[in-house]
Design a protein around this ligand. Structure first.
Ligand code: OAD
Length: 244
């Protein structure tokens, strides 16, 4: 059967659908993904730029990298894939969206129930008192700012070696365990615990729709309907099938 038709039927009959998104959904917004030849981690090895230990050891070096990344994200706009998921939510066909992305584009596209699994690059957080401030990109400082409590702030993103925010962790697992349908978009299935969510949903009987330009570790093991191609094309097409 046509995977789009199969996926649309599952969506129409599902009482509770959620989505899990990764960097691939923002690729068509001009944001590089993390892995692969042109990936961010190929240019900036994560053990030097993306671990909490690297940040604590040399905050200025890591700060410079995150400022550059935040500037790239700040200049980007949602693409048709983000809008397709916002439309599904507006149609009452998507309960919640769990994103590993830190770019804020789902919110800009109009999705309301977004769980930020890895934080948000547009904010700073104090590791001690958890005070948050918006990141002011007009201030190109060489060092991260201090919180009023005297602690060095950090980008409000989950670096390697840090825990997923507990509310996001618990709520995402609850949704994955109870949903009837899960749409996983543009993630390589390499980073845990996010990569566990589609597996958890499948184990609990959910129908799994996967949208990606290439097969992943999910495709043969958990996916029921694989929508191959750029998400900016496949997700609007899926919404069309759901409406049709
Ligand atoms: P990856 O860079 O690991 O994977 C991106 C995925 O998107 C790959 O499977 C690509 O095939 C797919 N892809 C690329 N372009 C696409 C398109 N136009 N349409 C659909 N799919 C496309 O990114 P993530 O899986 O998101 O964490 O990475 C997970 C986490 O690893 C990130 O959140 C980040 C990183 O370390 C943190 O920084 C905490």
């Amino acid at each position: 059967m046509d995977p789009f038709r199969l996926a649309a039927e599952a969506l129409k009959s599902s009482g509770l659908t959620i989505a899990v998104t990764g960097a691939g959904i923002s690729a068509e917004s001009g944001i590089p993904t993390f892995r692969g030849n042109d990936g961010i981690w190929t240019k900036y090895p994560p053990d030097e730029y993306a671990t909490i230990d690297a940040y604590n050891a040399d905050p200025d070096k890591v700060w410079k990298f995150w400022l550059e990344l935040a500037a790239t994200l700040g200049g980007s706009q949602p693409n048709p894939a983000h809008y397709a998921l916002a439309e599904l939510e507006a149609m009452g066909k998507l309960e919640a969206l769990i994103t590993q992305n830190i770019d804020n584009l789902h919110e800009v596209a109009g999705s309301n129930n977004v769980i930020e699994y890895h934080g948000n690059a547009h904010w700073l957080v104090c590791p001690r008192c958890r005070h948050r401030d918006p990141l002011d990109l007009s201030q190109q400082t060489n060092s991260p700012p201090y919180c009023f409590c005297g602690t060095l702030m950090k980008p409000d993103v989950v670096m390697f070696g840090e825990a997923i925010p507990s509310q996001a962790l618990v709520e995402s697992a609850r949704l994955a365990e109870t949903c009837n349908c899960l749409i996983v978009v543009g993630t390589s299935a390499q980073v845990y615990p996010a990569a566990r969510l589609p597996v958890l949903a499948r184990q609990n009987g959910a129908f799994i729709i996967e949208a990606n330009i290439e097969e992943t570790d999910f495709t043969a093991s958990v996916t029921h309907a694989f929508l191959k191609g750029p998400a900016g094309e496949t997700l609007p097409k899926l919404v069309g099938y759901v409406k049709g």
